[in-house]
Write a protein that binds this ligand. Structure first.
Ligand SMILES: NC(=O)c1ccc[n+]([C@@H]2O[C@H](COP(=O)([O-])OP(=O)(O)OC[C@H]3O[C@@H](n4cnc5c(N)ncnc54)[C@H](OP(=O)(O)O)[C@@H]3O)[C@@H](O)[C@H]2O)c1
Length: 291
């Protein structure tokens, strides 16, 4: 199968470049190759590439900056995926897109399922929700995977920031009232590739009856405070840490331009039941990531 991948340099995209290698030829691009804000060029590029599968790992992910750049956030997170989905439909290609736990308001108090009503609290979440809606409205064979708290050891994620802070400061203050499902980018890429391998070179036929929105994140839920404790305990270069204590804090002690949902853990059972793939616990995955 011929695969077109957008966002090859991002946390998830760079992992997908590796994990998809055995599935067929990959055309992987990023902003330097094609600016997704240019929707005319985007459509032509997709049609000319004639892929069997389009994977969109690109996104405008600067949650706070999106509050002052809503036009750009909507162009990348809503208009571009909508265009990709329509072009995929024209080509009878499968479209795989990623969305976010930030489509929810965090008030539910237990893991969100796909049947829960979205109610985003910020521009980023609203732009991603509109992206989901445009993708599903396009009517092709599309899969939208809502994921959450994505980390890798190379990107600019909460995990890499935590490791850096622990090398700079003796005391860390970390919020304990934000709870979510941490997801290793490599795990997410691996599951996506395993899923495509199931399609056995006929992705359109395999996914046509399974299209829709799925939650796909590390299993379970944890606060940022507890996640940080685990990260520092598992850090293979613990001896370089200056940090001696981690103190719990509240979100409202660190005002940010964008409001965030306080509880946004995702229930991934629909994905597991539909595809027969096992989602690993966030803690086991973290231990593997930090080996
Ligand atoms: N990170 C998280 O915690 C998180 C949580 C929930 C859901 N998600 C979703 O998971 C997916 C993957 O996230 P990620 O963390 O891997 O994102 P990421 O590391 O920020 O990567 C996003 C990629 O999109 C590219 N991009 C941004 N603007 C572009 C434009 N105008 N034209 C072309 N490419 C552009 C970026 O290129 P540049 O680097 O050159 O700008 C980057 O390579 C996204 O759909 C995201 O919304 C992420």
């Amino acid at each position: 199968m011929r695969i077109l991948l957008f966002g090859k340099n991002g946390q998830l995209g760079s992992e997908l470049c590796r994990s998809l290698l055995s599935l067929g030829p990959i055309l992987a691009v990023d902003k330097d190759d094609l600016d997704l804000a240019d929707s005319d060029s985007l459509k032509k590029f997709i049609i000319d590439s004639a892929p069997d599968v389009i994977i969109n790992a690109s996104a405008y992910t600067a949650v706070d900056r999106a509050e002052s750049e809503p036009g750009l956030a909507y162009a990348i997170n809503a208009i571009a995926p909508g265009m990709m989905a329509r072009a995929a439909g024209d080509l009878d290609a499968v479209f795989i897109h990623f969305s976010t736990d930030y489509v929810f308001d965090g008030m539910k108090g237990s893991p969100y399922t796909e049947d829960d009503e979205p109610n985003p609290l910020n521009v980023y979440g609203r732009s991603k929700l509109e992206g989901e809606q445009l993708v599903m409205k396009a009517g092709g064979t599309a899969l939208v995977f809502r994921t959450s708290w994505v980390y890798s050891l190379t990107g600019d994620s909460f995990l890499t920031k935590t490791l850096a802070w622990a090398r700079q400061h003796e005391t860390l203050r970390i919020v304990e009232d934000q709870v979510g499902s941490p997801t290793w980018a490599r795990f997410l890429a691996g599951v996506t590739s395993a899923l495509l391998a199931r399609a056995d070179h006929a992705p359109f036929r395999y996914f046509a009856s399974r299209k829709g929105i799925y939650h796909l994140a590390g299993k379970g839920a944890v606060s940022r405070f507890e996640f940080t404790r685990q990260v520092l305990a598992l850090d293979p270069r613990r001896t370089e840490q200056r940090c001696k204590e981690i103190l719990p804090a509240r979100t409202d002690e660190f005002p940010t331009p964008a409001r965030r949902p306080l509880f946004s853990a995702l229930d991934c059972s629909r994905f597991e039941n539909t595809f027969g793939l096992f989602i690993a616990d966030w803690k086991e995955t973290l231990a593997l990531a930090l080996v």
